[in-house]
Design a protein around this ligand. Structure first.
Ligand code: UTP
Length: 410
């Protein structure tokens, strides 16, 4: 069978034959590229829309999961910090920056980390993240292996930017880039969009595939050869977060948990953050829209709100536990997005409003695969300044205020 016939059959099976609409107009090279992309694409995700609808209703039994709160952390700070610093000095702790997202809400074409939040001088998001990590490098006297996940859409721009800025003072030998996988993007009927006549629209497949991608790229072997046993995984957009925080690392090790999650106390019962809980006896995160009235108002034995700690996307994972779950498939989340695509006349459209779905796996679902998790409370004003939007909530504006409140000159 020719490769065209193979691709044709695959598309037919998934109801996607429109992908070949412009095939005859393509150059030989473009034809080959399109056939290769068809064979490499996982079209099965497109039918997940229905599955996900059911999943939302199929939550297990939700119970509270106690967080380690600030008073206990303060009391045991020295003990935890020592354990954490020892692990960092033994190169047992690596950092994983999730920077494969598209940052569409921020509305810049560049990778989000290249965004300049400075006022009187350039202060790039990537620079803040590296600066925060360097604090721990300086304190421990050891380089922390620093892994950066990019995607097909931003890899070149990200690596070039880091090189141009001399890695913001980080040791190049301890920085490792790897790329995440892509997933097709579709219209509301599950038909994939085309971004060029010879190219299916794709978008990064969510931040949940980071460990699989790390392994596939070979960076996982590098990580093990350095002796890394714990990975601190975090989002690119929280410019205040502490990375490889020795006290957090030490607390998770001391409590012998498979994972840890930094959390903040909710500002209000209906605040829009995913909260830590137990689901069918395993750690889990319920999204704010899944919290029933009853859960929102539930109290623990101390009389405090039982689901009161929101995850801020800063996790610590024990590598050997990740290796055990690496083949488990995570749920797929179907997200409505604006997807640039060719219209029926072959003209590229950049929609102003959402026009279809992206298919994503999320890192928060990994928590539920693991045996245990330590929710670890941090002070919101000191460690949580996410940049999702240009203005308003979780924006460049709000993050600037928080940075200045913490003594950072912008
Ligand atoms: P967000 O959920 O904020 O998504 O990502 P995003 O794509 O960056 O932004 P919007 O929604 O389009 O505005 C949270 C973190 O996960 C990373 C992001 O880079 C960010 O650090 N991420 C997200 C990935 O690494 N890969 C993905 O496929 C999605």
């Amino acid at each position: 069978m020719t490769s065209y016939q193979q691709a044709y059959q695959k598309l037919e099976r998934f109801g996607q034959l429109h992908v070949l609409k412009y095939y005859e107009q393509l150059t030989d090279r473009k034809k080959e590229e399109l056939l290769a992309q068809i064979m490499a694409t996982d079209f099965s995700v497109l039918s997940s829309k229905k599955q996900q609808g059911n999943q939302a209703a199929q939550r297990g039994v939700i119970e509270p999961l106690a967080a380690m709160e600030l008073d206990e952390i303060r009391r045991r700070q020295e003990e935890f910090t020592q354990i954490g610093l020892d692990a960092i000095r033994a190169c047992k702790v690596g950092a994983v920056l999730l920077a494969g997202g598209m940052g569409t809400r921020l509305g810049s074409d560049d990778p989000k980390g290249m965004y300049d939040i400075g006022l009187t001088r350039p202060v790039y998001i990537f620079e803040r993240i590296i600066r925060n990590t360097l604090d721990v490098v300086e304190r421990s006297g050891a380089w922390i292996p620093f892994f950066i996940m990019t995607s097909d859409k931003n890899h070149q721009a990200t690596t070039t930017f880091f090189a141009e800025h001399d890695y913001f003072g980080y040791n190049r030998e301890y920085i490792f880039f790897f790329q995440q996988e892509m997933a097709p993007a579709s219209d509301y009927d599950g038909k994939v969009y085309m971004e060029e006549k010879g190219k299916i629209s794709t978008s990064p497949n969510g931040n949940g595939g980071w460990f699989v991608s790390m392994e596939k790229s070979g960076v996982g072997d590098k990580m093990r050869s350095l002796g890394v046993e714990w990975l601190n995984v975090f989002a690119v957009d929280n410019v205040l977060q502490r990375i490889a925080d020795p006290c957090f690392v030490g607390a998770v090790i001391a409590e012998n948990r498979a994972s840890g999650s930094k959390v903040v106390r909710k500002a209000a019962p209906d605040e829009k953050v995913g909260v830590m809980c137990l689901e069918d006896g395993r750690p889990s995160i319920v999204e704010y829209y899944e919290l029933t009235e009853e859960l929102m108002n539930a109290r623990n034995e101390k009389g405090q709100p039982a689901y009161n700690f929101g995850a801020i996307l800063n996790y610590l994972f024990r590598v050997k536990d990740l290796e055990e779950i690496v083949n488990n498939s995570l749920p797929l989340h179907v997200v409505e997005k604006k997807i640039p695509h060719l219209d029926e006349n072959g003209i590229l459209i950049r929609p102003e409003e959402p026009n279809g779905f992206k298919y994503e796996q999320l890192v928060l679902d990994m928590i539920h695969e693991l045996e245990s998790c330590l929710p670890y409370e941090v002070v919101r004003e000191k460690e949580f300044a996410p940049i999702k939007n240009r203005t308003g909530i979780d924006s460049v504006e709000s993050a600037r205020k928080l940075l200045e409140g913490n003594g950072v000159t912008l």
